[in-house]
Write a protein that binds this ligand. Structure first.
Ligand code: HPA
Length: 271
């Protein structure tokens, strides 16, 4: 895998002059952040050697290089979900590439269901920690010590300093946010009401179908992580209505402006 990753990295290095240290993964409905990126260079995933091949027709997504307020960034518009049938190593492949490309800080975002009854749709949640409920782990298999240790520590996965930076930024900008624990499950169905009750007892504030694999690998690779969930709906049983992907994307888009302003300003202060 190391050689494959380096091949992808070489391709990207030849393609763009940017050498960002900050990357951003844009969750469902949060892709508008791309508009905040100046002097963009965009590369479709299809063009990138060794990137996972999309299982669905149409656009899998793209890498977007550019600058936010003078800070070079690399954004992933569209991610690879486990529920699409990708192996965990494919879901997290871009993270390995990022690391070898020189990325030191990763902002990871997602749309999620709120299991904390104090939340409401449209809440932005700073992720303080996560629970891996995928029933598997992205680092299973022979370990390559060039990437990271066999038994990575997860104490400071969601970096405390980055959390403080995001909080201070939100305060100054008058952006409301909450803090909480993100629980990641495979999907693709939304949870049952009983599952949501169980997950709440386990300590979940938000539930989603991504982020845990990427954050786990980014931490293993030694990257600092900032995680933000956009609560698009109350989780099953708390919500009065049933869920639809369309409604999830709609709410994410509506909350998107606050999300984009917050992330953009926080990234500017990361340099
Ligand atoms: N559950 C899981 N994933 C989600 C949800 C949810 O309620 N909303 C958005 N993504």
């Amino acid at each position: 895998m190391y050689d494959k990753v380096m091949e992808t990295v070489n391709y990207l290095q030849n393609k763009v002059e940017y050498r960002p240290k900050v990357a951003i993964i844009l969750g469902s409905g949060l892709g508008d952040l791309v508009d905040y990126i100046e002097e963009r260079v965009e590369i479709d995933y299809e063009e990138i050697p060794n990137f996972p091949v999309s299982t669905v027709a149409g656009h899998a997504g793209k890498l977007v290089f550019g600058k936010i307020g003078g800070v070079e960034v690399l954004a992933m518009k569209g991610r690879f979900h486990f529920y699409e049938g990708y192996e965990m190593k494919q879901v997290t492949y871009p993270i390995y590439v990022m690391k070898q490309f020189g990325i030191e800080k990763l902002v990871v975002s997602n749309a999620a269901g709120g299991s904390n009854k104090d939340f409401e749709p449209g809440t932005l949640m700073l992720i303080t920690d996560h629970i891996n409920f995928f029933g598997t782990h992205p680092l299973i298999g022979r370990n390559d010590d060039r990437f990271g240790p066999r038994f990575p520590d997860m104490t400071n996965t969601y970096n405390k300093d980055l959390q403080e930076l995001a909080k201070a930024t939100a305060k100054e900008m008058g952006i409301e946010y909450r803090e909480g624990v993100y629980l990641g499950t495979t999907g693709p169905s939304y949870e049952t009401a009983a599952e949501v009750r169980a997950f709440t007892m386990l300590g979940a504030d938000a539930i989603g179908m991504s982020t845990v694999p990427e954050a786990t690998v980014a931490n293993y690779l030694g990257m600092e992580i900032l995680g933000i969930s956009c609560i698009t709906n109350m989780a099953t049983g708390i919500a009065k209505e049933s869920h639809s992907h369309e409604a999830v994307v709609e709410i994410a888009k509506r909350t998107g402006k606050n999300f984009c302003n917050w992330v953009a300003e926080t990234v500017k202060r990361m340099s």
